[in-house]
Design a protein. Structure first.
Ligand SMILES: N[C@@H](CCC(=O)N[C@@H](CS)C(=O)NCC(=O)O)C(=O)O
Length: 323
């Protein structure tokens, strides 16, 4: 865990002293776009772009879900970092190894950031969308990368899926995303990284307020916006699939488990069983990343043995008509 300051890596944990014990996520730095027509300077093409991901990370996971849904596995290559994020940040091999990323030769992800921008200051996060031709980072904001994967790569996608951000639903998706980002996707981190009781309680109460609200919504709708999944569902999915294994215990989000919510529990299994998605979920990386890397929360670095979760059991949600 750490960050770059003027191109030099510093090993330090998030500083919450100036924010009343509250975790404040920093803005992503690289915000260019790949476009189908190339007007942005980054034209969509098979084999040109690469994703750096962690299988543990819910933000990176979004990009892997889209890549699988759209059949972009051949067109967009991937490097997976080691699940442990320790003193050098994300690394391409386990601690102490000399493993290097086959594409860039880097040992640590911060070297990839420095290749794109020497002298950079800021956090080194996954996912990263990398352009092999210009040898630079196009974008490191998952919400933007999935929008590109949704539309811009259609000429090279091998599976056709309905638009996940259709114009007629865009406003509703944006509104759902805003609440879900603040209280659920980032909400679990705000609860888990809080270093003050009030900051923790505020985040945890808001999180369960939204989960109760989503539970009600999903009692009558198969997906958040009706009878087919959209971007809002996939953004929620990557947090929910980690909930009982890490957020419930490690991040103290323990008023209820996901499995105590009948609709949400069926919903997450429904999404998990969507073609291609199960292969993007790696509970071993997820558990090891959080429990071992985040030593301020779990100093012993012991990884719990449970819970036993089977996302493959029948969910019965086909019977729900959209509204
Ligand atoms: N806003 C970013 C957030 C990505 C992010 O925070 N990723 C985490 C992993 S779950 C990370 O790499 N953290 C490293 C750090 O904060 O130093 C996105 O959605 O792409």
């Amino acid at each position: 865990m750490g960050l770059l300051v003027d191109g030099v890596w510093h090993d330090e944990w998030y500083d919450t002293t100036k924010t009343g014990g509250r975790f404040v996520r920093s803005e992503s730095r690289f915000r260019d776009r790949v476009t189908a027509d190339g007007s942005s300077g980054f034209p969509a093409a098979a084999g040109r772009y690469h994703l750096f991901v962690s299988l543990a990370c819910p933000w990176a996971h979004r990009t892997l879900v889209y890549r699988a849904l759209k059949g972009l596995e051949e067109a967009i290559t991937v490097s997976v970092v080691d699940p442990l994020m320790l003193e050098h940040g994300w690394a391409f091999g386990p601690p102490g190894s000399d493993a290097r990323d086959p594409l860039t030769g880097a040992r640590y992800l911060y070297e990839v950031y420095l290749a794109a921008c020497p002298g950079l200051s800021g956090r080194v996060t996954v996912p990263v969308l990398w352009d092999k031709e210009r040898r630079t980072i196009v974008n490191n904001e998952s919400g933007e990368i999935i929008r590109m994967l949704n539309r811009e790569f259609d000429a090279v996608a091998t599976r056709s899926v309905p638009d996940l951000y259709p114009a007629e639903l865009a406003a509703e998706i944006d509104a759902l995303n805003a609440r879900i980002y603040d209280t659920v996707n980032n909400g679990v981190y705000k609860a888990g990284f809080a270093t003050a009781q009030d900051a923790y309680e505020e985040a945890a109460e808001a999180l369960f307020g939204t989960l109760d609200w989503l539970e009600q919504r999903l009692e009558t709708r198969r997906y958040l916006l009706g009878d087919r999944p959209t971007e809002a569902d996939w953004r929620l999915f990557t947090t929910l699939v980690r909930f009982d294994a890490v957020y419930y215990s490690h991040f103290k989000c323990n008023r209820r488990q996901l499995r105590d919510y009948p609709a949400l529990w069926g919903y997450v299994r429904d999404l998990y069983q969507t073609r291609g998605v199960a292969g993007t979920v790696n509970l071993d990386h997820i558990k090891r990343h959080y429990y071992v890397s985040q030593r301020t929360i779990n100093p012993s670095q012991v990884v719990p043995i449970g819970p036993g979760i089977d996302f493959g059991t029948p969910h019965g949600r086909e019977r729900l008509a959209g509204d």
